[in-house]
Design a protein around this ligand. Sequence first.
Ligand code: MSP
Length: 615
Amino acid sequence: MPKTFFITTPIYYPSAKPHVGHLYTNICCDVLARWYRLKGLKVHFSTGTDEHGIKIQRAAIANNKTPKEFVDRMVDFFKELCILYDISYDDFIRTTEERHKKAVYALFKKIKAEGDIYKSTYEGLYCVDCETYYLDKDLVDGLCPFHGKPPVPMKEESYFFKMSKYQKRLIEHIRHSPDFILPASKKKEILNRLSDPLKDLSITRSTFDWGIPYPDDREHVFYVWLDALTNYLTTVGYPAGKYKKFWPADIHVIGNDIFWHHTVIWGSLLMSAKVKLPKSVFVHGFIKANNDLKMSKSLGNVIDPFELIKHYPADSIRYFFVREVPFGFDGSFSEEALIQRHNTELANDLGNLLNRTIVMINSYLDGNLPKKTKDEISKHLDFRKIDAFMEKRELHNALNEIWKFINFANKYINDKEPWNVKDRKELEAILYNLAESLRFIAVLLKPFMPQASKEVASQLGIKDFDKQDFSHLKFGLLKGKVSKPRILFKKIELKVDKPETGGFKMENFVDFGDWKKLDIRVGTIKKAEPHPNADKLVVLHVDIGEAKERQLVAGLRQYYKPEELVGKRVVIFANLNPVNLRGVDSNGMILAAVNNKDVVLLTTDKPINNGARIE
Ligand code: MSP
């Protein structure tokens, strides 16, 4: 029997269209679900909508609809979002479904049989948007900490769950199950809150009727949290179905605002019903708009994922969120940062690696992949390390590690200089190693960028890519013929006109990350000869601290005689894509200051060894 992995997103309120925060949770869960499928586990990945409650009822009225008509229409946006962004859920659960009512009743029956339900009156300060009562101390300047609105005093008859009875057991559980609350920093926060006496929980309402009817008293409906949280059991068919196989859930992924509900409320309800607690509740950060402002309708900075996808590939957006925002921390979204990563990491690092490899296999080997050769790459890929990051839920670090391998492969091209290799066997080995590293990369990137990884595989001519998982990260499986090269990610121009700052344009600036990508080094010119086919060019051999001198072609003939150049200590841009200039290969560029007609080579003001980097 394969091991199982059960992962959930929260179920979203369909009172409005989904925003980028919902998308973010979906993407992170999808990446994890796909990762575990590739590890050979049987995965159940659930998402859905939380369709009951006063907020939905009000939104329906405002839209001239019955609540059911309203949610039926809104749910399509949430499903559409999943299609647009390749969210591979196994089940989409709606709390208005009959199967959900059954699960809620089954759970409630157990809790009631335990003697944990009683009737009383509830009084308190209630935030309608959160559908939660707040204690004075939890308010910020008297306002709801999440919505900034004044809560209203409410008093109503209600059925209660004896949550207080479980306080001690909850504290014990949180203390002794290190993975129950993740990241670990969140554990203290909850334990702190649990140092105050825990109150019983009101679980029904009689002030509105859009909810699951309370079985013993038709004046009441279940209050949203008991209803909503039970979705995690419904999706696995509680108390029968897949429940035995998949419960307890491996991970509930949620935002900070519903952290208490998922640990304390959910934990105690499950304890009462004698159902195991989820193995972990992972609290991710909030996505803020540019400049770290909280997204809000009034600020007009809500990012609409349906708009975003019109301008950027789904994979770039998925990649951006996972790489940019360390999982468990807040992060901000800006189009500039998205474009930056798209252009440098996707179009350049990954796209160029693919393009250079496919072009060379086409031009040197007629597109045919050679038979398995010696393996020069596997030892540079640390799968265990990547997987360990995924297990620790450090998704951003896993991507970072995969990128180290991509950069290794790019450097492998530069170091091996296939364009200079005369020996056929050696050339075949280099190109085969490159193609295999791209196959590894495609498999590893499946969870993060499902479409791009498929495209890489298709250019490599892999037929059974759908079947390839992590057990295929073995050297030598690739065979057949590659396709013609196609661009993987088109670069996107960054157009940010900000007239209020005097027409400042972002493209005039690079960030530190870009600068760090440049490999600029000191070298000494060892040999300089006129170019055989061009009068303005000179062919240089420069020692830049590598085993072999670099050959490069420079347009310096009008300014320097070849013999003047020999012995000069110059500055070389060493990781530029190789080119062939009129029949001579050039692997780098020499830096010079240019002013009208003057061209003056850059040099260092004190002697320094060849290969010293310009920092
Ligand atoms: N319906 C409840 C959850 C019930 S789960 C049993 C709910 N729905 S929600 O639609 O308001 O929010 C769903 C999730 O989106 C929450 O985890 C919330 O933290 C998250 N986010 C809302 N805004 C967000 C960002 N700006 N960034 C990241 N996540 C955010 O609460």
